[in-house]
Design a binder for this molecule. Structure first.
Ligand code: ACM
Length: 268
């Protein structure tokens, strides 16, 4: 089955949750039936990224699934009959997590907490302990990782070994490497990835301006980039993908990327 996978790349404004949710709503609302099945939004798409105090984190974090952003996305997914993966700061008890959720027409599906925290995320967030997650949906087996997780090949490998066919990858990339790396991640695991990055600059801390690189992309199991966004424009882009193709790990009649693995030869 072919499906339409997409991302919405935009420039969220820090702390302006109403405006950021409204922006997503305005981008998704005009999409017609059959034009989109699975949408990925950036990491922290409604909150903004550059926290400078734990009070700000507490203020903008939400419970999942009862919090506002999860309910907003569930309603939107239900109204449009689509699946949506997106990142948000999560609060559970006294801990905060850099999380991403998957929702669908049927409502909330699941939550992943970022395994590999990047830079000053380490000051405020607890490293996720959910482990990588893959969900069986009508649009195929969808796995999740968040931004900097890509830098660790084990993330995508684990998702692939768990049976992911499409990896949703909400991101707030500031380093330049990910867009070039994703074709290799996808090729070596033979699966699709949808990297939804943001644009713009956050300059909330003296001497620490963060420029987000845009360049969201959908990468195929064979290493081809199917669609790629600009560095700085807000855009909702879609590509047709065939998740079942990711089930086949054979690269010739004698080599299968999974059957040929030699875990006993690899360092732990
Ligand atoms: C990142 O993990 N937000 C770079």
């Amino acid at each position: 089955m072919k499906i339409k996978a997409g991302f919405y790349q935009f420039n969220p404004v820090f702390g302006k949750k109403d405006d950021n949710l409204e922006k997503v709503f305005s981008a998704v609302k005009p999409v017609k039936d059959g034009e989109l099945d699975l949408l990925v939004l950036p990491e922290f798409f409604a909150a903004g990224y550059q926290f400078v105090s734990i009070d700000e984190v507490a203020d903008l974090s939400e419970t999942i699934p009862s919090g506002r952003t999860t309910r907003f996305l569930s309603d939107l997914a239900n109204e449009k009959g689509i699946y949506i993966a997106a990142g948000l700061p999560e609060r559970e008890g006294r801990n905060f997590y850099n999380s991403a959720i998957l929702v669908g027409p049927e409502g909330f599906i699941g939550n992943y907490r970022k395994t590999h925290l990047f830079f000053e995320e380490k000051l405020y967030f607890t490293p996720g302990g959910t482990g990588f997650r893959v969900w069986d949906t009508k649009m195929g087996r969808i796995g999740m990782m968040i931004c900097f997780d890509w830098f660790f090949p084990e993330s995508m490998r684990t998702l692939a070994l768990m049976g992911a066919e499409v990896v949703a990858h909400p991101s707030n990339l500031v380093l330049p490497y990910c867009p070039q790396a994703m074709p290799i991640r996808c090729l070596e695991n033979r699966l699709y990835a949808i990297t939804a990055n943001r644009t713009g600059i956050e300059n909330r801390k003296e001497g620490q301006s963060l420029k987000f690189i845009g360049q969201s992309q959908i990468t195929s199991y064979d290493g081809q980039i199917l669609v790629k966004a600009s560095d700085d424009k807000e855009e909702l882009l879609v590509a047709e993908i065939e998740p079942e193709k990711a089930k086949n790990k054979s690269i010739n009649p004698l080599n299968d990327l999974f059957k040929d693995r030699r875990p006993d030869m690899y360092a732990k």
